[in-house]
Design a protein. Structure first.
Length: 322
């Protein structure tokens, strides 16, 4: 369980049965429980003839203290000490009435004062969550919610060197029969990040990025995938190794000559599939290891050459203008 304190990024979680009750303006509290007002004013004190005027009619309804802890899987006896997000909803009478969010916390073990009544408590750890119905009756109440969750950490390498997280796009899917990318769970996980996930099988796709015009990151054709299993209470560590290099394209009149400006380039696979189109004197791009065709167009003339990419070997690709 040593990985649990490292949960530093709680992914957004859809509370499927009760999300419609959460106002868009509510944010998760930074460190402690907070009571969320529903915006309705307190009703005026009830005044009836014959009632003892010394009775304080503004007293609050009976309150109870709800003490919450969370644990995961086989280690349910050891409470989680970081990374848990809590939401508490009040059940309201009526068949169509939706539960109302009344408290939330990011403390690992919050104690929340609540009026007597029935509540729905939701605990989340990353993308894993669990819900429990509890009744507050005035006396202190302690509840432990057990999540069937583990964690996944994906690290990207280029050759033997770690890849800057900003140069990778990592997507996590839940596979279904005959479709490994059936359900997207997380679109942009970061390399080296520990992600809480429900126990189960996942398909991970890592795409190498390069920097295009105006600093825009472009996906390359260097894509690595893996099928992984996340087990409850355990950290699954996966290393995905890319084999690619940076190629700089130039249209020149002779080897080693000055690059000609205002040239458009098209990079193709040997089978004719277009990889990228670019314009400039010497544009660069990352390409997966393999063979390619470069076509250059300048002053209404077309030139081409073939070239190979070897992993981690960055170099210039010169297209001769003759």
């Amino acid at each position: 369980m040593s990985f649990l304190p490292q949960f530093h990024r709680a992914a957004a979680l859809s509370l499927q049965l009760i999300s419609a009750a959460i106002p868009a303006s509510i944010m998760i509290a930074g460190a402690s429980a907070q009571i969320v007002q529903n915006g309705a004013a307190d009703p005026p004190p009830l005044r009836l003839q014959g009632i003892n005027p010394n009775v304080n009619s503004s007293e609050k309804p009976p309150q109870g203290i709800l003490n919450l802890t969370a644990a995961i899987g086989q280690n349910e006896l050891a409470p989680l000490r970081a990374g848990v997000k809590w939401h508490v909803f009040r059940e309201t009478p009526g068949a169509r009435a939706l539960p109302k969010l009344v408290a939330q916390s990011s403390e690992p073990a919050p104690s929340i004062s609540l009026p007597n009544g029935t509540y729905i408590v939701h605990a989340s750890l990353g993308l894993a969550g669990v819900t429990k119905r509890v009744s507050v009756t005035g006396a202190p109440l302690s509840e432990r919610l057990v999540l069937n969750a583990g964690a996944l950490r994906v690290t990207g390498l280029l050759g033997d060197r770690p890849i800057n997280p900003s140069k990778l796009s990592i997507a996590i899917y839940v596979p279904l029969r005959n479709n490994s990318e059936a359900k997207l769970v997380l679109a942009n996980a970061q390399s080296g990040e520990i992600i809480g996930l429900p126990e189960g099988n996942y398909h991970v796709v890592s795409t190498l990025l390069d920097q295009g015009p105006a600093g825009v990151a472009n996906p390359t054709n260097s894509v690595v995938s893996a099928d992984l299993k996340v087990q409850s209470g355990k950290l699954t560590d996966a290393t995905l190794r890319h084999r690619a290099a940076i190629m700089t394209l130039k249209l020149v009149n002779n080897p080693g000559g000055e690059a000609l400006a205002n040239t458009s380039f098209t990079i193709l696979t040997p089978g004719g599939d277009v990889i990228r189109e670019m314009i400039g004197a010497f544009p660069s791009l990352a390409l997966a290891e393999g063979e390619y065709v470069a076509i250059a167009r300048h002053d209404a003339k077309t030139y081409q050459t073939t070239f190979k990419v070897a992993s981690t070997i960055d170099r210039d690709v010169e297209v001769m203008a003759h």
